[in-house]
Design a binder for this molecule. Sequence first.
Ligand code: SOE
Length: 377
Amino acid sequence: MKKSVNIGIIGSQFMGKAHSNGYLKLPHFFELEGKPNMHTACGRNGTALEAFSKKYGWQHQETDWKRMVRNDAIDLVDVCTPNNLHRPCVLEAVAHGKHVLCEKPMAMNYVEALEMYEAAETAGVVHMMIFNYRFVPALALAKKLIESGKLGAIHHFNAVYYQDWLVDPKFPMVWRHDAKTTGSGAHGDMNAHIIDLARFLIGDFEAVTGLQEVFVKERPLQNGKGTGKVTADDTTLFMARFKNGALGSFNASRFANGFKNHLRLEIFGSEGSICFNLERLNELQYFSSSDDPSLQGFKTILVTENSHPYIDAWWPPGHIIGWEHTFVHQFAQLIDGIAKKEQVVPNFYDGLCCQEVLDAVTLSAKKEAWISINNNK
Ligand code: SOE
């Protein structure tokens, strides 16, 4: 019999919906040892929570997250809250022996992230960070190509993550603009993803130097009464050196007019190159310098063959998948890890390493200096 994993989710907004959809799809497509059971949804607004639970099939509702976390019936606590609540929710969950899944960025800063990592390790629970772009089949294939040496020695890792929802100065203040609730802005929200992808694909960072900016300093308050001060970055750019000698450039912006959710990577190696664009997530661009010179050029691999990562769980070749599927792939690892009592990846160690890079970039921007990365050594 499959082990049922009773899930309690905290948060019912965008990520609450994305995760709920992931749990719903999972058992229909993946053969697992565990079975996700959507036990309890937790949120502050009882009426909205009721509607959310009904829509996605959560069996119970709870408006007090501490009560939900202490409930003996819950096995896994899924934290989809604003960033300032990650630490208290995770610490309480692991103190009650619950497995934990945490949205990125892991914490408000490295000190918090370290405390969370150590607490989860000490409790011996399964811990996982949401870095869902690792689970795009094209990027999992990119990792295989890099690991098999097809790109040779890596020279460049360039990444951008562009959105444009803040270009309008009338866009009101939300929790993502206030450093007290978010820690950082575009940096922790979007650079966190491409930092993690860099670690996943080419390895550890050595040093970073960055620039941060808030273009619109005040925004209208949601209650219509005046304006509030924006204290979280609208954009953060940085350069990096990696342990393997590669150089990196990163740019996360919410002011990239015209781009809605544009994550693009370029990786250049001595034997070949890879380019990826999230807006065409079923495709991977691959160049090999060992091809016949007269036929050389980038080719587009449609990553929908059964032999490609995760694809055999879905449709026949050519029947493309989308953004939401990345969560299903990640949850397959998580639910099986819990059922088999095995640690999963990416976990809180990866969250901690990402947080170290995030904090170092912020510090470098303040000091106008290069900051070394210790990789928790
Ligand atoms: C908002 O910027 C956001 O939803 C991020 O928080 C997600 O992590 C990213 O995948 C899409 O954009």
